[in-house]
Design a protein around this ligand. Structure first.
Ligand code: GAL
Length: 412
């Protein structure tokens, strides 16, 4: 009987006799993001597994993390969750993540991944998460037609940025598409830190939370420059969220946007080509640096009967064809070094070149805004300080500095 069954399984080719269900928590709910994820769902279904979607509509993933905590702490974790570097370590320390070394060794992940990525996927030297992509956060997107109409050139410093913004305004174009979401406020702010004060200062202020850097003349200048951007964003709340802001950029209603390269998925959806219709360049003053945001699925400890499907999920995430299809749709670059970039747009190629150059130079920086650098609670506290500073015109840079210092002290 056993022999007969395994014969049947072999005959079913791709369909596994360990078919199971995977429940995946994620926050990819915009049309284009959901489209990118559809590739993974299809790959799992082709292996006979069932995909249970645990989708939480909230860009940046704050709400997803809260829901994840309640599920894990009540003893009912999902099979996998889209969480970031620092959270992976926290769940690893809590003893909640599954060891997937067997899959990683069989598929040679150590050889395929750059160390910065493989290290982020490991807890205590063991693989506990599978990487999907590398997003770059420190980008500036510029509508080519708007730039031409303003008779301006791509800005490379903050002074040039403000000059281009003025020229666009004179030409009747809203300079900056900006949506007020706290994770975006912090994403913009971390980019301004690097552009004004450089990589070493970012490391001290935002990675080490050094009180001397947080409370310095340089930080005051950074906060003031950040606030200066606000005058170019039009009425607050004009764009519901980043998707609406990117749509305005794509249509030419606004000239520029500071945003990670997930924006490309919406640029494509609007029928525009990144690198041609919508130009990309490193955010002002940051061309020597690369703030990374690695999306990954962390695998939670599940019952033995669910493990084969979970392992297939990890295998599928790192599959060569999946990495290509997913990243083409998502706007990011593949994590596998053996995926060729032919067919990818010019911005993806630049991202890949800059990633390699920054890795050599020591200027690959975890994006704090996207949960890559600091513990989750610290990240949320920083989101909040910077959101308040951005929104409240009466809040001075000195008060924001004092609040950041409080966040730092609470972490020690
Ligand atoms: C980031 C995430 C990206 C993208 C973005 C907007 O945190 O890494 O993949 O989804 O949020 O939702």
């Amino acid at each position: 009987m056993k022999r007969l069954l395994s014969g049947v399984c072999a005959a079913l080719l791709a369909l596994s006799c360990h078919a199971g269900e995977v429940e995946v928590l994620h926050f990819w709910t915009t049309g284009a993001e959901a489209g990118a994820l559809a590739n993974l769902k299809a790959s799992m279904r082709s292996k006979g597994h069932t995909w249970r979607d645990f989708a939480v509509a909230d860009g940046g993933g704050g709400l997803a993390l809260t829901l994840l905590s309640s599920r894990v702490n009540s003893g009912n974790p999902p099979t996998a969750a889209q969480i970031k570097g620092a959270s992976i370590q926290e769940w690893g320390r809590a003893g909640k993540l599954a060891n997937i070394d067997t899959v990683a060794q069989a598929e040679r992940w150590d050889a395929l991944l750059p160390p910065i990525i493989s290290n982020t996927m490991k807890f205590d030297g063991h693989y506990v998460a599978a990487p999907l992509n590398v997003h770059r956060v420190n980008w500036l997107w510029v509508n080519a037609a708007a730039l031409k109409k303003a008779n301006a050139r791509m800005p490379t410093s903050w002074d040039e940025f403000f000059a281009v913004a003025d020229a666009m305004r004179k030409a009747g174009i809203a300079p900056l598409a900006y949506s007020g979401q706290s994770w975006l406020d912090l994403g913009t702010f971390e980019t301004v830190i690097i552009g004004i004060a450089g990589v070493d200062f970012y490391k001290r202020a935002f990675m080490q939370l050094d009180p001397a850097a947080l409370n310095s003349a340089q930080m005051e200048q950074i906060l003031q420059t950040f606030k200066r951007i606000k005058a170019y964003t039009g009425p607050q709340g004009k764009y519901r969220d980043w998707v609406a802001a990117t749509a305005a950029l794509a249509k030419g209603e606004a000239g520029m946007q500071l945003m990670g390269d997930w924006a490309k998925s919406e640029i494509y959806a609007a029928g525009k080509l990144p690198g041609v219709d919508i130009l990309c360049t490193a955010a002002p003053g940051t061309s020597g640096a690369f703030t990374f945001d690695i999306d990954s699925l962390a695998l939670f400890k599940v019952a033995p009967s669910s493990q084969p499907a979970q392992q297939d999920l990890a295998r599928a995430v790192m599959g060569k064809d999946f990495q290509r299809a997913f990243n083409l749709a998502k706007g990011s670059i593949p994590v596998r070094q053996d995926v060729k970039l032919d067919g990818f747009d010019e911005c993806a190629r630049q991202s890949s070149r800059d990633f390699a150059a920054s890795a050599k130079r020591g200027t690959l920086l975890p994006s704090v805004a996207h949960g890559m650098g600091l513990p989750y609670t610290t990240t949320l506290a920083l989101w909040d300080v910077i959101r308040q500073y951005w929104n409240q015109d009466s809040m001075s840079a000195k008060i924001a500095m004092a609040r950041m210092a409080q966040v730092a002290a609470a972490r020690r």
